[in-house]
Design a protein around this ligand. Structure first.
Ligand code: ADP
Ligand code: MG
Length: 703
């Protein structure tokens, strides 16, 4: 931004000018300590504060009268603390309790196990509470969520809408609201809209300054929604611009290079395949071949449920590249998976006399040199490997096709690095987390998509059941019987170690317990993500080779590993997992000829039981992903934030479908008139894209 960053001192004085890029520490009311807390919310400048928008609102229509509460209800109330204290129980649990009052009545509020709240909640504070009402010596509220609005809050009487901001430990909603409130007018005066006016006008959303005022100080919920729509729209619009531009660049890149479908290698391998390709595989291959045989560079995502047979699709694409004289590479996220692909592919290629090369970090110096020599020679070949393939030292003479398995396990940088080897190779990304098309367009808008919507016939479905805690002994005996019959089992926990904050069973302690008790006579082994990756690979190798009977693990086993002899997947604390995650875990069994089982063990509430029942009842990954998205939102489906998929702060592509379509059309129109956004009228737009999406821009080489 411009030199306007100036005048820190001026800003801290009264009546001084404030700029959007003024560091947050110069703001009145912000000391070094508070600045640090604000940093946790990614607020570093005055402008960041302005764009820290409420995540929900409360008004008279959403807040219930305390007098109207009755047991069994779920409600939000607002009341002032009239008394409070910590109560010990016989079991040693300490409960923080408060009595709150509104104009209609009083209710006791109870927080078991949270005595520390006694320090943050004071008498006379106004609390906004959401939770369930129970009966316990009278009515009692058990908050799922609460916000302390401080003693000065006057409630939402008079139609006022209350903005609730995302807060963090040590920085309450109360403080945030105060801070934003006191600087809002000054900051809004600094705002100029970076969207061309026809864009926001045609989208039917307010201009920027209006929208920001509406989200921070709405007169009504409808106004808050309108302001939010503008901010959601611009996020979707920016991401669509990036995707579209990236796609256009990818097309340009490879002009002139087109492969020819010679039906040579591909036909010879297909004739010797131990099975027929499914209709879905054939359709996907037709799309992939069309890309590869056109002069435009392929940039395609192949999505398909676990077990839908993505590997063999990748193989045929590789064969097409090879029969055109190119080298082909398949990159997997772990050594073990690379080895597994190597095994599968060697088997399928043996009849035509092709031996793939394996490149992983495990290669000795001599093997590494031999592999490097073959990659550097100008001859068609297939290489299977880990991220070792993208290391600088690895260079290809004529890389024409690249596929990246379990693509979400790689960072964008790694994906881009492999794509950058060779002469702009065709790229196929593979994913086992199928998502609806509308969402895919937003998340992967720069990719074309092929979907394997059908799985090879003939595989037995995995028998799935939810069992209560009281069945634990029987379940463990069942696992033991399977092992006695020569099978292997996985037992999965949500966390590695126990902690004071939760009472979750953890892999480490449960492994010790199981190995000393119920499975003392079995070969058990612990596996978790904090073990160095070579140790993890070693454990998985021993499990694969049958040297371990029962693997006690966290979700590190999720990635597409195939151990046909493993027939039981036992999952503890199933409530802690997303349905798609459970589905991935279940996909680890049922890979051989025998009957397989997935058992969810634990006592869960009714709501959770219903959610899990959906998983028990269906084996369809698409249906499960849709349910997951509906119930738990996007964050959950992708676990940790995926690198490279721009995060949305305000928009929700699942909900804002109309806005998204609008954003897409608008982005298309803008780029049609100015493909690289170099026109003067788009200078502000270009600048804000650079500021917000710098990393993506560099990767997409947009600029
Ligand atoms: P994923 O899509 O999960 O990566 P894989 O490629 O590992 O699935 O394939 C799962 C299993 O299905 C493998 O054992 C593979 O040999 C088998 N398979 C793939 N395609 C077919 C087919 N058309 N008919 C029968 N079995 C198939
Ligand atoms: Mg796979």
């Amino acid at each position: 931004m411009a030199a306007g960053s100036a005048s820190g001192q001026a800003a801290s004085g009264t009546g001084s000018r404030l700029f959007l890029d003024t560091p947050i520490t110069y703001l009145k009311g912000v000391g070094p300590k508070r600045a640090e807390m604000l940093g946790k919310l990614d607020i570093y400048t005055a402008g960041d504060l302005l764009f820290h928008v409420p995540h929900r609102y409360e008004d008279a229509s959403t807040i219930a009268h305390i007098s109207s509460l009755s047991p069994g209800m779920d409600a939000t109330v607002m009341g002032r603390v009239v008394s409070k204290g910590v109560i010990p129980t016989r079991k040693g649990l300490r409960i923080f309790q408060a009595v709150v009052r509104d104009s209609t009545g009083m209710i006791e509020v109870s927080w078991p196990g949270q005595p520390f709240l006694d320090r943050t909640i004071q008498k006379d504070d106004v609390l906004l509470l959401t939770g369930s009402v129970r009966f316990f010596h009278g009515r009692q509220l058990h908050p799922r969520e609460f916000v302390n609005l401080g003693p000065d809050e006057e409630g939402t009487a008079g139609g006022r809408v209350l903005a609730v901001y995302p807060a963090t430990e040590g920085l309450s909603v109360k403080v945030l609201r105060g801070l934003i409130d006191s600087h809002l007018e000054a900051l809004l005066r600094q705002v100029t809209d970076y969207l061309p006016s026809w864009v926001w006008q045609e989208a039917g959303v307010p201009m920027l300054a209006d929208a920001l005022r509406m989200v921070h100080r709405p007169q009504s919920l409808a106004e808050a929604r309108a302001g939010r729509a503008r901010l959601a729209f611009e996020e979707l619009f920016f991401v669509q611009l990036l995707h579209r531009r990236a796609n256009a660049l990818a097309r340009e890149d490879r002009v002139g290079v087109a492969m020819v479908n010679r039906r040579d290698l591909t036909t010879r391998v297909r004739e010797r395949l131990p099975y027929e390709l499914t209709g879905a595989q054939t359709r996907a291959l037709r799309e992939i071949f069309a890309d590869m045989c056109s002069p435009r560079r392929m940039h395609r995502l192949l999505q398909g449920d676990v077990g839908s047979g993505k590997t063999v699709v990748a193989l045929f694409a590789a064969l097409l590249a090879m029969e055109n004289g190119y080298q082909a590479a398949i990159m997997a996220p772990t050594e073990l998976l690379a080895e597994q692909h190597m095994g599968t592919l060697s088997g399928l290629l043996a009849p035509v006399g092709i031996e793939p090369i394996l490149v992983t970090g495990r290669l000795g110096a001599r093997e590494r040199r031999a592999a490097a020599e073959r990659l550097a020679a100008d001859e068609p070949l297939l290489v299977v490997g880990t991220h070792a393939l993208v290391q600088e030292a690895t260079s290809f003479a004529r890389l024409g096709f690249v596929t990246i398995d379990e693509q979400h396990r790689f960072g964008v940088e790694q994906r881009a690095a492999l794509g950058a080897k060779g002469q702009n190779p065709d790229v196929l990304l593979m994913s086992a987390t199928p998502i609806p098309r509308s969402l895919a367009l937003t998340l992967y808008g720069d990719l074309d998509i092929s979907t394997l919507e059908e799985r090879p016939a003939g595989r037995l479905p995995v028998r799935t059941a939810l069992r209560p805690e009281s069945a634990r002994e029987r379940v463990l005996q069942f696992v033991d019987r399977e092992v006695a019959a020569g099978r292997q089992a996985y037992v999965v926990y949500p966390v590695i170690e126990e902690s004071e904050k939760t009472d979750l069973k953890a892999a480490t302690t449960m492994h010790a317990e199981l190995a000393a008790g119920p499975f003392a006579h079995r070969r058990t082994q612990l596996l978790h993500g904090r073990m160095p990756s070579h140790e993890r690979d070693d454990v998985m190798r021993r499990f694969r080779d049958g040297e371990i009977d029962i693997l006690v693990a966290t979700t590190v086993i999720e990635v597409g590993i195939d151990v046909a002899n493993a027939t039981v997947m036992l999952i503890e604390h199933p409530e802690r997992f997303g349905l798609s995650q459970l589905h991935q875990l279940r996909g680890r069994v049922g890979r051989g000829a025998g009957e397989s089982y997935c058992i969810l063990l634990g006592d869960v509430g009714q709501e959770t039981a219903e959610r899990l029942q959906l998983f028990v009842a269906t084996d369809d990954g698409f249906e499960i992903a849709r349910a997951d998205l509906r119930m738990r939102g996007m964050g959950d489906l992708f676990g940790e934030r995926q690198s490279g998929v721009p995060a949305f702060k305000v928009a929700d592509p699942l909900v804002d479908i109309e806005l998204n379509l609008l954003a897409r059309d608008t982005a298309e129109r803008v780029l049609a008139s100015d493909p690289a956004l170099t026109a003067d009228r788009h200078a502000a737009l270009r600048r804000v894209l650079g500021e917000r999406y710098g990393r993506s821009l560099a990767l997409f080489r947009v600029g």
